[in-house]
Design a binder for this molecule. Structure first.
Ligand code: AMP
Ligand code: ZN
Length: 116
């Protein structure tokens, strides 16, 4: 599914520019335009789905794939050994601003907990 008014669908379609660090048949990873850490990568499915909340049984393999891509990106960019964070914001109270599922992969600094 593709949504013309979805910014991440448009990035996946190469209609909008992004600094892509990984792509395959199901997923894309690119640099966040407003990085919150020295490394801040977003991992998205090519196919539009809104968030973790919209995943269903059919998405089981895709959901696992996105996590594997997150780990792969951290390894490829060399910030895995120090530790990093993978997080998905879901919906309004979760702080989600772009309604296309994405994993934030943040690294290169010490993280704090709990998040704000
Ligand atoms: P969230 O608030 O979890 O929905 O995260 C959305 C993220 O997407 C934010 O960190 C934004 O900086 C990032 N973002 C929004 N538009 C773009 C874009 N065109 N290219 C790269 N990152 C973007
Ligand atoms: Zn989309």
């Amino acid at each position: 599914m593709f949504s013309e008014d979805c910014v991440f669908c448009r990035i996946a379609q190469k209609e909008l520019p992004a600094t892509v660090v990984h792509e395959d048949d199901r997923a894309l990873a690119f640099e966040d335009q407003n990085p919150q850490a020295p490394h801040h990568i977003l991992v998205i499915p090519r196919r539009h789905t809104a968030s973790v909340a919209s995943l269903d049984e059919e998405d089981r393999e895709l959901a696992g794939h996105l996590l594997l891509v997150a780990g792969q990106v951290a390894r490829d960019r060399g910030f895995d050994s120090a530790g990093y964070r993978v997080v998905a914001n879901v919906g309004e109270e979760g702080g989600q601003t772009v309604p296309h599922l994405h994993l934030h992969v943040l690294g290169g600094r010490s993280m704090t907990w709990p998040p704000g």
